[in-house]
Design a protein around this ligand. Structure first.
Ligand SMILES: C[S@@+](CC[C@H](N)C(=O)[O-])C[C@H]1O[C@@H](n2cnc3c(N)ncnc32)[C@H](O)[C@@H]1O
Length: 214
């Protein structure tokens, strides 16, 4: 039987998921602040960037950057390259822009992954942290992203499930889904790394094989 307490909890949870999907208004600003300061969020973003092997001249794109923690870390590494970011939340674009105000070569755009802007020359690497689960038709989105990468360009998709009761198994299933989507979208050389947080974080890395000898 559903009690008033459980339905209240469910409503609060639905609101939280809506805000995580598209942070808006004061609640959106607060959730962005939480994303930026929660130690596990910071750790998973910094860890994800470390796995992407960003070189000083790289041109890197992050989708769904939220408050911009990974953008700052990417900018610290791509010192002579360019760091692009898109997020469909105006509130997150503002927070991330403030966090990265001093970084030259960082270009943050208010845009959705389903309507990608142009980034000019091919990209070396793409990152998305806890964002793919919100994308419409993710396999099609990943195909479009693969076309933006240079041959042998890298992608890293990260998932730390935040649903109530999430466990190691939830993370394992999320990693498998990401691998299946990347394979369907034409990526190869898949590799999964895990960060031991609670719940664990999975990062699936893959390569754009276009133009490479098979
Ligand atoms: C759960 S938050 C994660 C933020 C950040 N990557 C992190 O790990 O702290 C998801 C982010 O993806 C963004 N997002 C969700 N769907 C999107 C879409 N279709 N296009 C662009 N951004 C999207 C949201 O606005 C939000 O900032």
């Amino acid at each position: 039987m559903q009690t008033a307490g459980t339905s209240l909890k469910q409503r609060a949870l639905r609101k939280l998921v809506r805000q995580a999907h598209h942070p808006r208004g004061i609640a959106g600003w607060a959730i962005g602040w939480m994303f930026a300061h929660r130690p596990s969020n910071r750790k998973r973003n910094i860890w994800a960037v470390s796995l992407l092997d960003v070189q000083p001249t790289d041109r890197v794109l992050e989708i769904g950057f939220g408050p911009g923690v990974a953008i700052a870390e990417l900018a610290r590494r791509a010192t002579r390259g360019h760091v692009f970011g898109i997020d469909h939340s105006q509130a997150m674009v503002r927070q991330a822009a403030r966090r990265n105000a001093a970084a030259v070569r960082v270009h943050l755009t208010h845009a959705s992954v389903e309507q990608l802007p142009s980034f000019g020359d091919p990209l070396d690497a793409i990152l998305a942290v806890n964002s793919v689960g919100f994308w419409p038709d993710p396999v099609e989105r990943l195909r479009e992203l693969r076309r933006l990468l240079r041959p042998a360009g890298r992608i890293a998709l990260v998932s730390q499930p935040r649903c109530p009761g999430a466990t190691r198994d939830t993370t394992t299933r999320a990693a498998q889904e990401l691998q299946d989507m990347l394979t369907e979208a034409g990526f190869t050389r898949l590799r999964v790394e895990t960060l031991e947080l609670d719940p664990p974080v999975a990062c699936v890395l893959a390569t754009n094989p276009t133009g490479l000898p098979s």
